[in-house]
Design a protein around this ligand. Structure first.
Ligand SMILES: Cc1cc2nc3c(=O)[nH]c(=O)nc-3n(C[C@H](O)[C@H](O)[C@H](O)COP(=O)(O)OP(=O)(O)OC[C@H]3O[C@@H](n4cnc5c(N)ncnc54)[C@H](O)[C@@H]3O)c2cc1C
Length: 299
């Protein structure tokens, strides 16, 4: 019987595990290694860890948890979460059919990308990126592609990324832009190709060019894309938690979901993708909330 089960060992889950461990709570943390940034070779912007490899970041986090024998880490996938009665303890089941029980539950399972062109995935994190704060510096002043289909995404990304490089070419994969949108890009000498994309050319994650339906090949090898996002599991829905129209799990400002003893941290509860630092801080916040509630309930 654990005080808290944490599902997810990204920065949110690890941050929560550390804080709850130090608060002497008995914690089980589950992670199956599908953290969103696993596809990239370097992470940036986390002060003291700028440029670290994602697996090293996770390795340091897990090593620090080893200092707290009351925290157990399991490299396992959770496939089901039930409750003893309506508001009772949580029973968490792993893919290999083990069951673990806890009083509190923290969902820190993150989000995942969806791409309208599936082959973008093979280049994501090495040649194509979504967050200029994470990877813009490394791409500064280079000729870049912007792959985005909706006009609002095109204009948002162009304006933002322009400060890192003003040599931009927009590919909309067959989606028209408004006259005003086209003018806005023309004003800044940004070329736009409305044509559908036939193929992304390259290997081992490194883009060599993009072939359009006409056969024209765009010889640009790096750039930014605008994915959409989804949560990879429906634990919160199944537990009866409120979800908003954007698909995020609704919480109060202290990370408490609408169902008793369910807490949420990291990108699972954010309206837009964030960063390692914001997710880690959110994990810390959720852990303080869980510990405060346990303290009040048990003192
Ligand atoms: C290509 C790329 C580059 C990035 N670069 C940077 C960067 O340079 N700097 C930066 O600050 N941010 C970067 N990010 C963003 C960063 O990865 C996220 O903001 C951060 O990982 C969110 O943390 P999280 O803890 O909410 O979720 P995640 O890190 O995604 O962690 C969620 C965890 O939950 C686990 N999980 C999910 N479901 C289950 C289950 N059923 N059972 C067991 N475990 C489960 C997964 O294994 C995963 O480890 C990048 C993202 C991408 C895609």
């Amino acid at each position: 019987m654990y005080d808290c089960i944490i599902i997810g060992g990204g920065p949110a889950g690890l941050g929560a595990g550390l804080t709850l461990g130090r608060a002497r709570r008995k914690v089980a943390l589950f992670d199956d290694g599908t953290n969103r940034n696993r596809v990239t070779h370097e992470s940036h912007g986390f002060i003291t860890r700028d440029g670290i490899k994602p697996h090293e970041f996770k390795g340091i986090g897990l090593k620090e948890l080893e200092n707290y024998p009351n925290v157990s880490y399991f490299n396992k996938t959770i496939i089901e979460i039930g409750r003893e009665g309506n508001e009772g303890n949580f029973i968490v089941r792993t893919r290999d059919n083990e069951e673990y029980v806890s009083e509190k539950l923290l969902l820190a399972t993150g989000i995942q990308e969806m791409f309208t062109i599936e082959s973008i995935r093979s280049f994501y994190g090495k040649s194509l990126f979504s967050c200029p704060y994470c990877d813009g510096w490394e791409l500064r002043d280079k000729p870049l592609l912007i792959l985005a289909e909706k006009e609002e995404h095109v204009l948002h990304m162009v304006k933002l990324i322009y400060n890192w490089s003003n040599d931009l070419m927009v590919l909309t994969n067959g989606k028209e832009l408004s006259h005003e949108g086209m003018q806005e890009l023309a004003k800044h000498n940004i070329e736009i190709k409305i044509e559908k994309i036939d193929e992304l050319i390259g290997e081992a994650g490194y883009l060599k060019g993009v072939k359009l339906e006409s056969g024209e090949i765009i010889n640009r090898t790096q750039g930014f894309v605008a994915p959409t996002y989804y949560r990879p599991n429906y634990f919160a829905e199944k537990l009866g938690c409120e979800i908003d129209e954007k698909g995020r799990v609704m919480t109060d400002p202290r990370c408490r979901a609408s169902q008793k003893n369910v807490y949420v941290a990291g990108e699972t509860r954010k309206p837009i993708p964030s960063s390692l630092m914001i997710a880690a801080a959110d994990g810390n916040k959720a852990a303080v909330s869980i510990n405060t509630d346990l303290t009040e309930e048990r003192f």
